[in-house]
Ligand binder design. Structure first.
Ligand SMILES: [Fe+2]
Ligand SMILES: [Fe+2]
Length: 275
């Protein structure tokens, strides 16, 4: 008998077209570009995650975790597909998403050539911690997407919900692969340095492509939004540090109630379509 996964794979498609403005988030211009920035990381990043998990997934014997691993691949494949379409749309606004994506893919190919397989899985665990936390912050504060274009706002909410749902998968596989605390935290530090360096460098390039990189006002508004109010990146700090606790598991951090609210709303919409 096929065991069901603990979460669903939702094959959603979003209408990402030219009607979406360049600064679609509705707040400071740099915030739209920051989300675009993260979007360029997803197609190469999530493919890397899938390869890292796939290498060790034969060690999983628990039928529910096996089902969750399958669903993890399903969710990440859908995210990759939709972020690819999102990133293609960015080109129509003269934002060089293709170049950024290709560079990230090259960097990850290098990582795959030089790092042992289990370190690659540890890097996946580290970056999935970031995606789960950022997802929770994005869903928990409704003001972040309140002024956003509805289609991209929904794409981000869908992705955020699913990152929360599968946040345990890479971690559980890593434990079965013989992962250990010093390696987990060591790779987290390394992955964090590289992750934030890439994000910072890409942010400057996207601001430049949008011709706002020399505007002190744009940078001030961007940093104020990110770190002062509503401060999504400042909210990252405390839950981020929980990763360094021995015995940490991603499910120890409860998801925001907004996740259940999103699912209920979606179920109601699906039921309305079916009737
Ligand atoms: Fe994802
Ligand atoms: Fe993920």
């Amino acid at each position: 008998m096929q065991v069901s996964p603990t979460f669903e794979v939702r094959n959603l498609r979003f209408e990402v077209d030219r009607s979406i403005p360049k600064f679609w988030q509705g707040g400071p211009k740099g915030v739209s570009l920051f989300l675009d920035n993260l979007s360029t990381l997803f197609p190469p990043g999530e493919r890397f995650f899938m390869r890292a998990v796939r290498h060790f997934q034969d060690r999983v014997e628990d039928p529910t975790l096996r089902a969750d691993v399958r669903a993890f691949h399903g969710q990440e494949a859908m995210h990759t597909r939709e972020h690819r379409r999102y990133n293609d749309h960015l080109l129509s606004h003269d934002l060089p998403a293709d170049v950024l994506e290709a560079e990230v893919a090259k960097l990850l190919e290098l990582v795959e050539r030089v790092l042992p397989k289990r370190w690659q899985l540890a890097a996946t665990v580290a970056l999935e911690h970031y995606t789960a936390l950022l997802a929770d912050i994005l869903l928990d504060d409704p003001t972040l997407l309140a002024q956003a274009h509805p289609e991209l706002a929904e794409l981000w909410r869908w992705h955020a919900v699913e990152e929360g749902e599968h946040k345990h998968v890479a971690f559980d596989v890593y434990e079965l692969a013989g992962g250990n605390y010093p390696e987990r935290v060591g790779i987290m530090i390394l992955a964090s340095v590289i992750f934030w360096a890439v994000v910072a460098e890409q942010q400057v390039r996207l601001m430049k492509a949008a011709d706002i990189h020399l505007s002190a006002k744009e940078w001030r508004e961007f940093f104020t939004y990110m770190f002062v109010k509503p401060a999504p990146l400042r909210k990252l700090a405390i839950p981020f540090l929980r990763f360094f606790k021995p015995g940490f598991h991603p499910n120890q951090i409860p998801s925001t109630p907004a996740v259940e609210a999103w699912k209920a709303k979606r179920d109601a919409a699906m039921a309305a379509v079916a009737n």
